[in-house]
Design a protein around this ligand. Structure first.
Ligand code: FCB
Length: 402
């Protein structure tokens, strides 16, 4: 089986997914939440990717992608403390081997929002042993994938985890508390550092980073209060964690979707959109320029940048295409300005389970009919393929007009 050959294309053209959102048949803290009616429905069979991954990988080829971001499901790999399921590890290894056979570079996320039951029951990442547990799992996974996988994201969107689970308490573990949230941010940065060191110890050449969720915050009105609120939100949500982790990231992973408006009204209030704007089915504004605005103001430590997620929930293919082309255009501009952006992973390869929003948002380049599990390549995906074709060997990237 092909190991890492040092091959480095000028730009990684990719798509991203996560285990809980597509595999089906999960049994973790999120399925508990779903069973208790926490969101809009259960993940259930999802896109049945656990059984259909070969077919799904064939679409990566059809689209001409040279990279793919997937996540490993900790709860499958280590269902009880210290007991690793070899068949699950073999499954993931077969998947990453197949990607390499297809000429596709895997980028593996080790934690994408879900936890095994036993970790949840002991307080999740707040437990003082959580780092040991996470590192033990990470080491096992990295040992298994060996030198096949050279790109790792330790934790997907730590700040989203904190805000949704502990500040707004709309996601597991639904435990509201400001002090707890602040403590968790410290813990997550320590856990990342420990995982970073463990992966580098096992596989020195690996590139290890995080996928940071960023939002382009604009003041809602021109008042000083709103302008200040914008700055504070930008600092707290976009910059602080990145600074805390500092040099312990070999690349800067950025998940960018939208702009929000910062408003002060006896507290910090992000507002999703203004009337009359172009928005997704989730009400997220389409604002490609925001990606450049945020990138220019981030502490990137002179590291290469990957756009680890960017996409839109829509059933309108013309809108998805506008969104995709608009953001790729901005990435090209940013590269010409000297920002070292090395890859783009569209969210998502497949329609999938959008957490508490359930199955109605459609983020996929490839559509999924959940009743039959039939896949359909969408028009925007074919346009993405054409843009990729037009950029073979190119850096900076360009989006052909028309
Ligand atoms: C990101 C998540 C991803 C997906 C997209 C729409 O915040 O990382 O799993 O839900 O949003």
């Amino acid at each position: 089986m092909a190991a890492w050959s040092g091959y480095w294309p000028p730009f990684l053209w990719g798509a991203a997914t996560s285990s809980h959102q597509i595999e089906g048949g999960q049994n973790n803290d999120w399925t508990d939440f779903e069973d208790q009616g926490g969101g809009r429905g259960r993940s259930g069979l999802a896109a049945d990717h656990w059984h259909r991954w070969r077919e799904d990988f064939s679409y990566l080829r059809t689209l001409g992608l040279n990279s793919y971001r997937l996540s490993l499901e900790w709860s499958r790999i280590e269902p009880t403390p210290g007991h690793f399921d070899r068949s699950v590890l073999d499954h993931y290894r077969t998947m990453t081997d197949s990607l390499l056979d297809l000429g596709i570079i895997p980028l593996v996320t080790l934690h994408h929002f879900t936890l095994p039951h036993w970790v949840k029951e002991k307080g999740g990442f707040l437990n003082r042993h959580a780092s040991e547990w996470f590192v033990r799992y990470v080491k096992t996974a990295v040992d298994c994938l060996g030198d096949r996988v050279n790109f790792y994201v330790t934790i997907n969107e730590p700040m989203v985890l904190v805000v949704m689970g502990y500040l707004m308490a709309l996601w597991p573990p639904e435990k509201r508390g400001f002090g707890r949230a602040l403590y968790l941010i410290n813990r997550l940065s320590a856990i990342h550092r420990d995982a970073y060191a463990a992966i580098k110890g096992a596989h020195q050449k690996a590139w290890v980073g995080l996928a940071h969720h960023v939002i382009a915050f604009h003041p809602f009105t021109d008042t000083i209060a709103d302008r200040l609120t914008g700055r504070v939100l930008h600092y707290l949500m976009n910059q602080r964690f990145m600074k805390m982790v500092g040099e312990a990231q070999d690349f800067i992973g950025i998940n960018y979707y939208t702009r929000q408006y910062a408003h002060w009204s006896r507290g910090l209030h992000p507002i999703q959109n203004k009337p009359g704007q172009l928005v997704s089915d989730l009400g997220w504004e389409v604002y490609p320029r925001g990606l450049l605005e945020v990138l220019k103001s981030l502490p990137t430590f002179n590291k290469p940048i990957f756009i680890t997620e960017n996409g839109i929930a829509t059933r309108n293919e013309a809108l998805r295409t506008t969104y995709l082309a608009g953001h790729l255009n901005v990435i090209g501009q940013a590269q010409r300005l000297g920002l070292d952006i090395r890859g783009y992973f569209h969210w998502s390869l497949l329609d999938n389970f959008e957490w508490a929003e359930g199955y109605s948002p459609r983020f996929g380049l490839v559509g999924v009919d959940y009743a039959t599990q039939k896949r359909t390549i969408k028009n925007s995906a074919l346009i993405y393929r054409d843009i990729i074709r037009a950029n073979q060997g190119q850096y900076p990237i360009t989006v052909p007009s028309g």
